[in-house]
Ligand binder design. Structure first.
Ligand code: DGL
Length: 271
């Protein structure tokens, strides 16, 4: 119990958008960031194979790192496997990341909302159920993007991205209908907030880009046991936050990025 970390899980670097919020809200915990980069991108996987892969990975991760909670900082994984994870590992708290359809439905004025996500998240029954449950009075367009998660990885690694490719991927989000226009785009993949400025620049008109990262971090905070005393600088060195990659060999630029987020890259886990 004493020093159990918070485990953050994604297929790649997208979970960092949640980690940066969690760090601010939960400064008293250690973080273990796990990127299943050997399985990236998750968006294109067949559901049964991806489900098995993540369940198998978590059996190992929970034993290896003994986290206090695990945050599935990935919509593509959460919408598929969050319930199975809770069933398989009862007693361990999991925080999921699912498309922010409810807040979008509450906030939209025009009633036209788009959900931008991976092809996997778009086709999930979980996502369809969220729309039926929370947004039946809105017109919700699901936009599956094959490329945006990889473009976000490139942008964060190399510092530039093909803006025309971003423009093309987000274009189907924008609808004009009976004098009304889309006014909210839900960023339903944790990679996408990294491209938010490029999206703003290439969008045909301004919209509210909904990023759920802070809400996910708040949910994680609410599940943790009592707060601990702030970590003193001398102790901080011994309790470094770490990042592990299932490939075992993140590129130099990715390791640098992890360092920028205060994470030390450690030995791999196996899938
Ligand atoms: N970051 C993941 C998500 O939130 C998706 C990236 C991928 O395609 O693997 O859905």
């Amino acid at each position: 119990m004493a020093d159990q970390p918070v485990l953050m899980f994604d297929s790649g670097i997208g979970g960092l958008t949640v980690l940066r919020e969690a760090r601010v809200l939960i400064p008293d915990r250690r973080f273990v960031y796990v990127a299943d980069d050997a399985g990236f991108p998750y968006g294109a996987w067949e559901e049964p194979a991806l489900r098995e892969r993540i369940l198998t990975l978590f059996a190992d991760l929970l034993e290896r790192y003994d986290p206090e909670i695990s945050v599935i900082a990935c919509n593509t994984a959460s919408t598929l496997v969050i319930e199975a994870l809770r069933e398989r590992f009862p007693g361990h708290p999991f925080v999921g990341t699912v498309p922010a359809i409810k807040p979008a439905a509450e906030r939209t004025r025009s009633g036209l909302v788009s959900v931008l996500a991976t092809p996997g998240t778009v086709k999930r029954q979980y996502t369809r159920d969220l729309i039926t449950q929370w947004a039946s009075r809105c017109h919700v367009r699901l936009v599956g993007s094959d490329k945006l998660a990889a473009l976000a990885e490139i942008y964060m690694r190399d510092g530039f991205v093909d803006e025309e490719a971003v423009r093309a991927e987000i274009a189907p989000c924008f609808i004009e209908q009976d004098g009304a226009r889309t006014d909210i785009v839900v960023l339903a993949c944790t990679h996408y907030p990294f491209l938010a400025n490029r999206m703003r620049k290439t969008a045909p008109w301004p919209v509210d880009w909904l990023d759920p990262a802070e809400a996910i971090a708040r949910r994680a905070l609410s599940l943790l046991a009592a707060q601990r005393a702030p970590v003193l600088p001398a102790a901080a060195a011994e309790r470094a936050d770490i990042a592990v990659f299932t490939s075992g060999k993140p590129e130099f630029a990715t390791s640098r990025l992890m360092q920028g987020f205060g994470l030390t890259v450690r030995q791999p886990v196996t899938a």
